[in-house]
Design a protein. Sequence first.
Length: 236
Amino acid sequence: MSADFTSADAMITTPGGEILLQLRDDLPDIRWPAHWVVPGGRAETGETPYETARRELREETGLDVEALLPFDPVRVEGDTGAIRFFHAIVDVDPARLVLGEGQELRLVPIPEVQGMKVPPDLKDYVRQLEGHLRVGRPRVWAQIDRIHARLADRCAGSGESAVESSLRLLAAAGAQARVLAAVEPDPGRTAELRARLCEAVVAGMVALRATTPDAATLLSDHLVEVERDPSGGDGV
């Protein structure tokens, strides 16, 4: 799944609209010396993109963020796609950051990035991320992560796992949706059917999240396969 990447970067933003940047060392033998970049680096043997991004973020900043979500920007001309991007919204305490590489770590208001000494392609990707944040697209998996955490807390000590609980909710919502879909079209029931389908979708996403913190990548990869062959395999 991950043979087409060489490194991964973590774009960490705060609820207040700042992005975490790292000032690279001013050395002639490295790429983009004395430029501001996002934390990230090359993959180690056997790592997935998610594992690389999480490890690099931890090593370079001291932040251990489990719920990194894949961010797939429209690539600029000449970009080979060998770098995978991840994103998370984190309430970062600057005093708790640990500089593990480079000269400085800094939280910067996202619009100010365009006026800083930043690699041109990263400027473009930050601009794209800002647009995604504006319309709320990255929020979905962050919300799923919080729902999963609450469900896991409720399940603690009950003998039922978060996976089992969410699958039970999925089955119930799916059964109700089938009953509603089987009756004659009724405007009043259409809204109820949509609500049950939303419940089923959320329960399925939570169940997937309960099996791995990298649920967003798995679903994204699966959607690519389904889009390629909608009627084949185990797809839709």
